[in-house]
Write a protein that binds this ligand. Sequence first.
Ligand SMILES: Nc1ncnc2c1ncn2[C@@H]1O[C@H](COP(=O)(O)OP(=O)(O)O)[C@@H](O)[C@H]1O
Ligand SMILES: [Mg+2]
Length: 225
Amino acid sequence: MSDIVLSLENVGRVFEQGSQPLEILKNVNLQIKAGEVVALLGQSGAGKSTLLQIAGLLEPPSSGKVIVNSVDCTGSSDRKRTEMRRDEIGFVYQFHHLLPEFSALENVMMPNLISGISRKQAQEKATILLDMMGLSHRVTHRPAKLSGGEQQRVAIARALANDPSLLLADEPTGNLDEQTSDLVFENFVSSLKSRNVAALVATHNTELAARMDRIVQVRDHQLIQ
Ligand SMILES: Nc1ncnc2c1ncn2[C@@H]1O[C@H](COP(=O)(O)OP(=O)(O)O)[C@@H](O)[C@H]1O
Ligand SMILES: [Mg+2]
């Protein structure tokens, strides 16, 4: 089996806005292997989030192909895409989107409970992930009782709960101060590496980008590598 986890082939995205179609991405080609952490740079409005949504099977491209673990998902049904997302893909957003009425542990257990894994097993997995993120002492806290950096680490643990082969992150430390961002980023990358996850990480921060395996950049609707 090929170790290429994500492959985008000639991906284009056009938004039909009023009478004028708005071309955001044009002929984007990208391959990411297992264990490779790729930084996605680009100015605000360049199309980073659009690209992540396409790679994460949340939106179809207007043209081109999206292939995840050798499965061409371009024409897949909604059901198949949802299944692929649940089994193969993790997402981390700039704002954590944790469920406020649940503890850190329960938030991380949630994807596995939804997948139908037993409560005991889900709890074991979540405990290991929170431990890896340095949060063993925070498992019973609700999100509101955690700092911004801790909340974001819980969100990362949750994104890894289903053992995804592909992790997509949209400015995962964009909401944190510099020092916290640095720490969370270190934790984030080492957790990806230890699990051999392929990752595409949008960021504004060129210093963090330089610490990833390679950098790609959206500019003038194209992906520069
Ligand atoms: N659903 C949509 N309909 C129309 N235009 C959109 C839509 N989503 C994003 N855009 C536009 O596409 C461009 C790229 O957006 P985005 O991918 O969010 O950029 P980035 O994440 O790099 O800041 C922006 O000009 C944005 O306004
Ligand atoms: Mg964005």
